[in-house]
Write a protein that binds this ligand. Structure first.
Ligand SMILES: NC(=O)c1ccc[n+]([C@@H]2O[C@H](COP(=O)([O-])OP(=O)(O)OC[C@H]3O[C@@H](n4cnc5c(N)ncnc54)[C@H](OP(=O)(O)O)[C@@H]3O)[C@@H](O)[C@H]2O)c1
Length: 284
């Protein structure tokens, strides 16, 4: 049996889709905070179990009988470690044969504040003694593309990444990698730095958007404080805005760049091109 936590999230759903290509639905457990959100998956034969990282009593039953577990990192930034630890403890109790964890690119050396809880979670997994595979996911291209309507409206992308290169990949690429390590052998003990085959600066992203939309879009590089202000005034909670502005600064120092090619090798195909994702987003 295979279990995916956070399975009603955007990444989790894509992992379930990828698993369904090779694994019968009745061997896949979608472990979810709110079972009502998993109704469509249940209708397709996927087993739905409640698993709330904040309610450890739900985690043992959710992992009963499971062999391979994908722990998708929590969205509750700055409070993730105890939640992740609760899942890892439950995995140990359940005797899983493999735990895969969605960490962050170069989590061991990254200067980004977002990397701290990932690094700590990796340490808890290592100390658990469970066979583990660490999926150090790069930035999602979808993160950049969320700003696309605003960029078209104002003729500018804003950020604080200077000319830092982002090896951002599609969520689907990372999901396929997660499904691959769960369903094929030889991954225990490995750490994969997962990033796209191509990298781009935010100025190159703006230029690609201009090319495809026919509208002039530039990249305006801001100070970290000014970018945090922009994000806060766009409605992001101050903590998250601070973490994202800090991540851009880290990106200016190369933290979100990687050219190892590990993601493409793992999924056995080229990673999704930025050009095609911009085109899909513009089509709406
Ligand atoms: N690499 C990147 O660029 C990047 C960007 C954003 C996030 N991330 C990380 O990747 C993870 C997955 O991303 P995503 O895009 O799939 O995020 P998402 O769509 O927001 O999904 C997050 C999932 O986590 C679940 N969740 C949140 N708190 C939980 C809790 N206490 N117990 C159990 N489940 C909980 C949510 O449950 P509900 O469905 O009930 O809401 C949701 O299913 C994020 O959680 C974050 O750690 C990475």
């Amino acid at each position: 049996m295979y279990v995916v936590t956070g399975a009603t999230g955007q990444l989790g759903r894509l992992v379930i889709e990828a698993l369904l290509k090779t694994i019968p639905a009745d061997r896949i457990v979608a472990a979810v905070r709110d079972p009502a959100k998993g109704k469509d998956l249940a209708e397709r034969g996927v087993i739905i179990r409640e698993a709330d990282y904040s309610r450890p009593e739900t985690l043992g039953p959710a992992l009963a009988g499971v062999e391979k577990l994908l722990l998708i990192s929590s969205t509750e930034v700055s409070g993730r470690l105890p939640r992740h630890r609760a899942v890892i403890d439950a995995a140990k109790q359940a005797g899983v044969s493999l735990i895969a964890y969605t960490s962050m690119l170069h989590a061991d050396t990254s200067p980004a504040m977002l990397a701290v809880e990932h690094r700590q979670t990796e340490e808890v997994i290592a100390a658990s003694g469970l066979p583990a595979v660490i999926l150090r996911n790069g930035w999602y291209t979808e993160n950049h593309l969320m700003a696309l309507p605003m960029a078209l409206e104002h003729g500018a992308f804003v950020g604080a990444a200077k000319d830092g290169r982002f090896s951002s990949a599609a969520r689907r690429d990372y999901a396929d990698a997660a499904a691959k390590v769960l369903t094929t052998e030889g991954h225990a003990g490995k750490t994969y730095e997962l990033a796209a085959d191509q990298a781009f600066t935010l100025a190159e992203l703006a230029s690609e958007l201009s090319r495809q939309s026919g509208k002039a879009v530039v990249y305006n590089d801001l100070s970290e404080d000014a970018y945090r202000e922009v994000l806060t005034s766009a409605g992001l909670p101050p903590d998250l805005a601070g973490l994202l502005a800090d991540a851009d600064v880290a990106a200016s120092r190369g933290a979100l760049f990687d050219d190892s090619g590990a993601l493409g090798r793992l999924i056995g195909r080229q990673t999704t091109l930025l050009q095609s994702m911009v085109a899909t987003t513009l089509r709406g």
